[in-house]
Design a protein around this ligand. Structure first.
Ligand code: ASN
Ligand code: ZN
Length: 322
């Protein structure tokens, strides 16, 4: 009976083989289907109710409302970046629709991801301009969604600062990719143009030189550290998630600067594979994440590669011990 089984299997295999060969001859493989975004923009008309009224759906032309049209465009560019660079289909990797609300609240000076959608305020016009303006802000908020669907980093302390840093890293890479900038050409600023005229600063955060983005009597001085020696212990801001993110942000910058060229190609790939890979956990801290990025670089480029060495040096440069 065993022999007969084997004979039958051989028969089945060769039959399958024939079918496959015939299929190939008749229908050559089709080019890979492109992913397409599915965007819906809402208007909260300065109220704080979500999602608000639908004002632009996928495929609709411009509305003439600057915030609506900026959000639509920047969601599209962010979607295209993840598709073109990392072959990711939207936030969840499976084509999740992109939902946003603009004109949220009165003089509302922030933007956020609420677990399901993006939300943007118009700023107060005195200190902050509209949050739909900078591409990297939309990138930042959308990447909170990607993190939620992948590593799901707990939004407190070091894992929270890593969550923030992932959003800054890929937010800034979306901008650099859109502008075709090299590591040297890029500004490495999150929220460039977000500070109103007369406010002393260049944006919300600097990944290249954390702590130098602004210094103005109305908003104080940029509190970000760029080294573990200056790590800020606080219960505010979920344990300083927007403060200590300066440390992993600068580690990414240092790795990218050492490797040169387009930051999304090598450093970005290493960070992306790490964020979406199996070594992550919701409570991972700087040291665990650093180890994971080094292991990713070793796997992608080799243990003795310049890429792996650049990542090791980058974490050493910000005082994160492996
Ligand atoms: N813009 C901020 C962020 O995305 C809002 C917040 O603190 N949740 O991190
Ligand atoms: Zn954030």
């Amino acid at each position: 009976p065993a022999l007969r089984d084997m004979a039958r299997r051989t028969l089945v295999l060769s039959a399958t083989h024939r079918v496959e060969r015939r299929t190939l001859t008749v229908a050559p493989p089709q080019p890979q289907e492109d992913f397409v975004p599915n965007r819906t923009i809402h208007d909260a008309a300065t109220r704080e109710e979500l999602p608000g009224k639908v004002v632009r759906s996928e495929g609709d032309g411009p509305t003439g409302d600057e915030a609506v049209d900026q959000s639509y465009e920047w969601l599209g560019v962010t979607f295209d970046f993840f598709e073109a660079v990392y072959r990711r289909n939207s936030i969840d990797g499976a084509g999740l629709p992109l939902v946003s609300t603009v004109h949220y609240g009165l003089d509302y000076a922030n933007a956020f991801w609420n677990g399901e959608q993006m939300v943007y305020g118009d700023g107060d016009g005195e200190i902050f301009t509209g949050f739909t303006g900078p591409l990297e802000v939309t990138g930042h908020e959308l990447v909170h969604g990607i993190t939620q669907y992948t590593a799901d980093l707990e939004y407190f302390g070091q894992s929270g600062a890593l969550n923030e840093s992932m959003s800054d890293v890929f937010g800034v890479l979306v901008k650099q990719w859109h502008l075709g900038q090299t590591v040297e050409e890029a500004d490495w600023i999150i929220g460039a143009g977000l500070l109103a005229e007369g406010v002393n600063g260049v944006g919300l955060r600097s990944m290249k030189e954390p702590g130098t983005a602004y210094d103005d009597p109305r908003i104080g001085k940029d509190p970000q550290p760029g080294h573990m020696d200056d790590y800020v212990h606080t219960y505010r801001d979920n344990g300083g998630v927007h403060i200590n993110s300066g440390i992993p942000n600068r580690a990414f910058y240092l790795a990218a600067a050492e490797l040169g060229g387009h930051a999304w190609e090598k450093a970005g790939r290493i960070w992306y594979e790490t964020l979406t890979g199996p070594a992550m956990s919701p409570t991972i801290e700087f040291s665990g994440f650093a180890t994971a990025t080094i292991e990713t670089a070793e796997r992608l480029y080799g243990a003795a590669s310049a890429e792996a060495e650049a990542v090791r040096q980058a974490w050493d440069g910000v005082g994160v011990r492996i």
